[in-house]
Design a protein around this ligand. Sequence first.
Ligand code: PAF
Length: 280
Amino acid sequence: MIVFKPARPLSMHLTKEINSGKKAGFVPTMGALHEGHISLIRASVQLNDLTICSIFINPTQFNNNDDFQNYPVTIAQDIEKLEAAGCDILFLPPVQEIYRDGFKAKHYELGLIEQKMEGEHRPGHFQGVCQVVDRLLDIVHASQLFLGQKDFQQCIVIRKLLELTGRNETLEMVMMPTIRENDGLAMSSRNVRLNEKERVLSTAIFHALSHIKQGFATISPEALKQAAKIYLESKGFAPDYVEILSAKTLETPGNNNEQQVALIAATVGTTRLIDNMVLN
Ligand code: PAF
């Protein structure tokens, strides 16, 4: 695996490879890689001639400085995992390569999607995600972009970003299924922050989503959401939201034929977890 830190040589390298007929897949990450990330790398390796992974802890998407400062960093292990999964290129930029001197933040017209759920509870988060992904895609020329379903709202936001920037004409977004621990907890870099007791309790989110899925055909969404909140609270969680929305738009579904997704964000101790499940 080749590691690039500056952006220009990476772009030049990729232009050469792509001009010689190679197809490239890109997996953007913030590191602390787990099986969820590695499943994206494997999918890209299978579908492309060249796989590029970026590791960059993007300061502009954190609305909570403690979360940013304490974000896990495990570069040596990440490199081992990427090599074992067959990743060809790692882009590991310092902040100045992404946000150059004189960098002016663009505003992305994301509409209502950035005002709900993660957008409401993490103001500015999705503008930060769009800034970094837009910049990364300027540098990393690829024809497929791999993202995890675990961050469902982020996938919908990035799909919108691709439309807004016209990149959707040459870049396909591939959303890969959430990878779970054996007991159902969705894999996340933040899971390492859970203490032993919280780790046991943390399966409540998966159970709440599974109950919603079981009841989806017969029980009203309002009753399902209410029951999920009560259940989460009984397990020591403070839920930020429990939503059942259209999987395509993340708006209130028009009818039950539309594909729908249940989404939860809840905090146990000091760790905020998110998860979701497609219902039909
Ligand atoms: O999902 C993440 O890890 C990040 O939000 C992303 C897409 C790499 C942008 O920093």
